[in-house]
Design a protein around this ligand. Structure first.
Ligand SMILES: [Zn+2]
Length: 164
């Protein structure tokens, strides 16, 4: 049975605060030379999982910020499902992460900057609206979008400069 959470329970009051936490994690990734994307998983107003993009340093193509944060959260609460939780991520999720978000039964995804090439929430498709999904995820983008995008452009600019 499909569960749709009523919009009334959505609390947006701390969206920017949690996105700033995700931004701080993105900076940690940048320090390691990873493309700076950060994510936090929030349940009942508490951050229960944190992650930043680290596929290179971890030799793990699945180590996107969302994957890392969701894994950490699931381990922290000892549950493979995270009902009622909200994932904050600085960049629009890719298809891999969108799939995991559904499998994890995350209630809501909030992202910052758009990912025009690989983003699957609104840029290259609308993953979460597909009829075959057995779990409906609420989503919204654009929270601290400028800051989230700036971290990425700064990183790529510096990387290009170091290669010249
Ligand atoms: Zn991803």
């Amino acid at each position: 049975m499909r569960q749709i959470r009523p919009a009334a329970i959505i609390d947006r009051s701390r969206d920017q605060d949690f996105m700033r936490e995700a931004l701080a994690l993105a900076a940690q990734g940048a320090a390691l030379g990873e493309v700076p994307v950060g994510a936090v998983l929030v349940q009942d107003g508490e951050i229960i999982g944190r992650g930043f993009n680290c596929p290179i340093s971890g030799s793990d193509p699945s180590a996107h910020a969302e994957m890392v944060a969701i894994r950490a959260a699931a381990q922290a609460v000892n549950n493979y499902r995270l009902p009622g939780s909200t994932l904050y991520v600085t960049l629009e999720p890719c298809s891999m992460c969108a799939g995991l978000i559904v499998h994890s039964r995350i209630a809501r995804v909030v992202y910052g900057a758009l990912e025009p090439k690989a983003g699957i929430v609104q840029s290259q498709g609308q993953f979460f609206t597909q009829g075959f999904l057995n779990h409906r995820v609420l989503y919204e983008g654009g929270v601290l979008a400028e800051e989230c995008g700036a971290v990425l452009s700064k990183f790529f600019k510096a990387r290009r400069a170091s290669r010249d």
